[in-house]
Design a protein around this ligand. Structure first.
Ligand code: ATP
Ligand code: MG
Length: 390
């Protein structure tokens, strides 16, 4: 039987079980270790990024029910860094009173983008119009309602835009439809956005909710490239986005940290794109940029400690370091001395042993007294390094 969290103090060596030992699991673990918490990771790879820092590593597939049970047995609380976690296995454990945050039900809702959008719409939260698609004929009908272009999206198992198709004209329909083979899909109205923003929001068991400063995100090839904070948005958009984010966690009635991706349309409407039930790439900036990181806030929320109201210490830019398009395999990062001579610039390398095109290998965070200066520092930093074959 799991121990009750409220019987624990930090000195009881609270054990946090994390499904997934990628960079997010590693950064949760780094914050946990600072507070002398124990961390147990479940990941299929023995040299996953979190492997060097966790107290115990269970090597198994993310969906392996027996290993998830073993993880639960060793842990006081379970969390996850990936949406691929097995929501059904976690639900069974939750029924046996194992504390799992965010809840397996939220994970189940979010794992399927159509189910997620339906939930948001039913709770009067703003999402682009969407419709389930069962045939290519359905797409012709949708095209008349949504107009071109519009998105066709896989409901499950997509990331970095890999499950998305932008249908620009009638001629694209059959290629787009066939590209999904037998996957469950839905169509979504295209939002002609002027900005993509995101907001991290945490809630603890006592119902305290705190949001992080809003991030402005720039994607390249569907992958997050740059996060700039503060976002260049009006006070009205900021306040509305914060209310929406708080409403999301209130409607989910859940515990933990959530990343809410949003579009700001050309006529200043806000739409939720999607929710991540975990720390999010666009929240990495908080490690250097805020009075508390998204990872510590997550730990506080799942252990029901008081949350901190995150303050932006000064303008901050985060840039991802991605595997180059042209090679797979062993790599090294060159140009570090140049990068490290730029003031208030930090590099995070996740320790992945091999690269592949677009793989997230690390990130750079810069802070500065002004937005102009931090933007300059971050592009100098990014330009100073290169990933090359080792
Ligand atoms: P990630 O892993 O980065 O979250 P994903 O595979 O879940 O990506 P989405 O978040 O659905 O994919 O979309 C990726 C990007 O595609 C968005 O950040 C946005 O730039 C664009 N996009 C998605 N949906 C729409 C839309 N309805 N209108 C306009 N652009 C969109
Ligand atoms: Mg997304």
């Amino acid at each position: 039987m799991p121990a009750l969290l409220n019987e624990l103090s930090l000195h009881n060596h609270i054990k946090i079980g994390i499904i997934g030992g990628g960079q997010i699991g590693k950064m949760i673990a780094q914050e946990a270790k600072r507070m002398s918490l124990k961390v147990i990771i479940l990941d299929p790879s023995k040299d996953c990024p979190a492997s060097t820092i966790c107290d115990k590593l269970l090597i198994a597939d993310f969906k392996d029910e027996d290993k998830i049970r073993e993880l639960a047995h060793f842990s006081d609380v379970i969390t996850y860094e990936i949406e691929l976690a097995n929501s059904r296995a976690l639900k069974n454990l939750q029924l046996e009173n194992y504390p799992i945050y965010p809840s397996p039900h939220s994970l189940y809702l979010i794992q399927n983008k159509f189910r997620q959008k339906k939930f948001l719409k039913e709770n009067n939260l703003p999402v682009p119009e969407f419709k389930k698609i069962y045939s290519s004929a359905d797409l012709l009908v949708v095209a008349k309602v949504f107009g071109y272009p519009f998105m066709l999206k896989a409901c499950e198992d997509s990331y970095d835009g890999r499950g998305n198709y932008l249908i620009k004209r009638k001629e694209d329909i059959s290629i787009a439809y066939n590209s999904f083979q037998n996957r469950e899909i839905f169509a979504e109205k295209y939002v002609d956005f002027k900005k993509e923003i995101s907001i991290m929001v945490a809630r603890n068991k006592s119902g305290q909710i705190e949001t992080f400063p809003i991030a402005e995100n720039i994607h390249k090839n569907n992958v997050l490239d740059t996060t700039i904070v503060p976002a260049n948005i009006s006070l009205k958009i900021k306040e509305t986005a914060e209310i929406i984010a708080k409403n999301v966690v209130t409607c989910l009635n859940d515990i933990g940290i959530f990343g809410i991706e949003m579009f700001v349309s050309n006529n200043d409407e806000i739409f939720i794109n999607e929710i991540a039930p975990r720390p999010h790439n666009s929240g990495h900036y908080s490690i250097e940029g805020c009075s508390i990181s998204q990872f510590e806030q997550h730990i506080r929320s799942i252990l029901n400690f008081p949350l901190c109201k995150p303050e932006l210490l000064r303008p901050t830019v985060m840039k991802n370091i991605l595997g180059p398009a042209n090679f797979l395999g062993n790599y090294k990062v060159i140009g570090l001395s140049n990068l490290l001579s730029i003031p208030s610039t930090k590099i995070h390398l996740y320790g992945k042993s091999t690269t592949s095109p677009g793989r997230k290998l690390g990130h750079i965070t810069c802070t500065a007294p002004t937005l102009d200066e931090v933007i300059k520092r971050s592009s100098d930093a990014k330009n100073s390094i290169e990933i090359i074959v080792d």
